[in-house]
Design a protein around this ligand. Sequence first.
Ligand SMILES: NC(=O)c1ccc[n+]([C@@H]2O[C@H](COP(=O)([O-])OP(=O)(O)OC[C@H]3O[C@@H](n4cnc5c(N)ncnc54)[C@H](OP(=O)(O)O)[C@@H]3O)[C@@H](O)[C@H]2O)c1
Length: 269
Amino acid sequence: MDITRLCDRTWGALLEERQGKPSQWLGSTGVAAHELYLPLARRTGRPMVIAQVGQSLDGRVATVDGDARDLSGQDGFDHLHRIRALVDAVVVGVGCVLADDPRLTVRNVRGPNPVRVAIDPNGRIPLGLKLLNGQAETIIVQAEDTAPRDDVETITLPRNAAGQLEPADILAALTARGFANILIEGGATTIEHFLCQGLLDRLHVCISPIIVGSGLPGLSLPPIKVLSQALRPRVTTYNLGSDILFDCDFRADAAHDLRSEPASGIAAE
Ligand SMILES: NC(=O)c1ccc[n+]([C@@H]2O[C@H](COP(=O)([O-])OP(=O)(O)OC[C@H]3O[C@@H](n4cnc5c(N)ncnc54)[C@H](OP(=O)(O)O)[C@@H]3O)[C@@H](O)[C@H]2O)c1
């Protein structure tokens, strides 16, 4: 499907939908953007968790040195900013924060900034990074055995037996704060934690037509023996223009629902 022609009126209607104002216009357009973005704009009373990863034709998400800035094309970046504008919170891992010093604000399109959430169990985020610049609200999620910080709102959670934070605990803490729709923006390690636990409703894989050749790989999950154990979400593809988007819906088909099929070959590490 082609969404290169997402017009300003449709986008405005999606932003209104996000604010709880149902739009007759959206239902009447029949445009692909409606199918792609409406589930993110709507608040249904059930949290919606979406992850997005931008990768190259050869499945890289960054160079060997961790440079991911221009990996997606312009339309891929616009798409990412649209998702940010439609969700309540955007979550990244500390690896992404240290490598990219991201702002995580909405700049390429009209719309509100989400609350920025960084998972930093060991308190590695230093002072002075853009996340702490006050442009939007920020929350840092730490392990409860880490020294508390006083420069930013902090959520503290217990570690599990593996020394990690349970992704379900992170989501529970965020939904308890009233965040309904949540974007897990990366990096791959952070997305993997949520995917392994069957906590993603959707995964957007945005493919940019470049070959990096070497570098950080996309998603890696525990090995499976045969392809019949592979995850097979319902997928809709969209032509964004510069990039091709694979919109993977893990909720669409109960047969592929990780929550109801914990033995599907994916297990927590
Ligand atoms: N192409 C893209 O779409 C994209 C998007 C974002 C980032 N990137 C690139 O990806 C790279 C960073 O990604 P990454 O995979 O190395 O790191 P990451 O996912 O950003 O961060 C991983 C770290 O976050 C913490 N963490 C995340 N989930 C956790 C959990 N459930 N429990 C405990 N700790 C958790 C851990 O910190 P500790 O190590 O302190 O335990 C973990 O090592 C950068 O080069 C960045 O440029 C690419």
